[in-house]
Design a protein around this ligand. Structure first.
Ligand SMILES: C[S@@+](CC[C@H](N)C(=O)[O-])C[C@H]1O[C@@H](n2cnc3c(N)ncnc32)[C@H](O)[C@@H]1O
Length: 223
C-alpha cells in the first residue's frame, strides 16, 4: 500500500509548522492512518528520540499507548509538563537508543530525525533488535537524513550523527513488507542559514510469519 493521499487527517497540532513539517508530519499521519490495521484498539507505540514529545503526545491523543525515549532530560521534562497540561497519558524514559533494550513487543516503532545517531557500524544490529521487539503485523515508521549533491550534510544535525546512504534505511527492512518508501527534500532555516535537507522515509510491516529464507539466515547466525 502506498500512502499517496496527502490530505491532512485532521488539523495538525501547533508545532507541526516547523522545520520537520514535511517528513515528520507525513510519518505521523501514515501511522495514524494505519492504526485500524494493527489489531489492538489501543496499539502500543514507542518513539525513539521523542524530543519534546510533539509526536508522542499527538499519538496518545489518537488512542495509542505511548512510550517515548530520549537522551535529553530537558526534552522529557517538557513533554511530561505538556502532557500533564493536556491530560494526555504518556510514559517516558531517559535512554540511549544505541544501547537501550526494548522490553516486550510494540505494535509501532516510530522514529523521526533521530536514527542518524546510530553510527553505521551499529545500525544492522540495532535495527534487528528494534524489529525483533515489534509485534507480528506491527509497523515501523522511520526517517533519516541522507546526503544530496550540493546540500550541506545537515547544518543542524548534531555532530554525533551521521547520514545514511540513500536507500540504506529501506535495506534494513529487506524481510518486511515495505508499505511506503520515499525521499523528501525541504528547506530549512533552523540554524539561521537557509539550506536544504533530504530525508529517506520508510513505513514497513513485520510479516505475520518470517520469510523462510530469513528464518534460515537467523537460525544459522544464532547457531
Ligand atoms: C532532531 S531531534 C528529533 C526529535 C523528534 N523526534 C522530532 O522529530 O521533533 C533528535 C532527538 O534525538 C535525541 N537523541 C540524540 N541522540 C540520542 C541517543 N543516542 N539516544 C536517544 N535519543 C537521542 C535528541 O536528544 C533529540 O531529541
Amino acid at each position: 500500500m502506498r500512502l499517496r493521499d496527502t490530505r491532512p487527517l485532521s488539523a495538525p497540532l501547533a508545532g507541526y509548522d516547523g522545520r520537520f513539517d514535511v517528513a515528520g508530519w507525513y510519518l505521523v499521519r501514515g501511522v495514524v492512518r494505519l492504526k485500524k490495521t494493527l489489531g489492538p484498539s489501543s496499539p502500543s507505540l514507542i518513539d525513539l528520540g521523542m524530543g519534546r514529545g510533539r509526536d508522542l503526545i499527538y499519538f496518545a491523543r489518537h488512542g495509542f499507548r505511548v512510550l517515548g525515549v530520549d537522551l535529553s532530560p530537558v526534552g522529557l521534562e517538557k513533554a511530561k509538563r505538556r502532557a500533564a497540561r493536556l491530560k494526555v497519558p504518556i510514559r517516558t524514559r531517559l535512554e540511549d537508543i544505541r544501547t537501550y533494550r526494548l522490553k516486550g513487543k510494540f505494535d509501532v516503532v516510530f522514529s523521526s530525525c533521530t536514527l542518524n545517531h546510530l553510527l553505521p557500524k551499529l545500525r544492522a544490529r540495532r535495527f534487528d533488535h528494534f524489529k525483533g521487539a515489534t509485534a507480528r503485523g506491527g509497523i515501523h515508521a522511520v526517517n533519516v537524513f541522507i546526503p544530496k549533491p550540493n546540500y550541506s550534510p545537515s547544518l543542524d544535525m548534531d555532530p554525533t550523527g551521521s547520514p545514511y546512504r540513500p536507500g540504506e534505511l529501506r535495506g534494513y527492512y529487506w524481510d518486511w513488507h515495505i508499505l511506503d518508501s520515499r525521499e523528501f527534500e525541504f528547506d530549512c532555516t533552523f540554524s539561521g542559514v537557509p539550506h536544504r535537507h533530504a530525508l529517506d522515509v520508510v513505513i514497513a510491516r513485520r510479516p505475520s510469519r518470517a520469510l523462510d529464507y530469513a528464518a534460515r539466515e537467523n537460525n544459522s547466525a544464532n547457531g
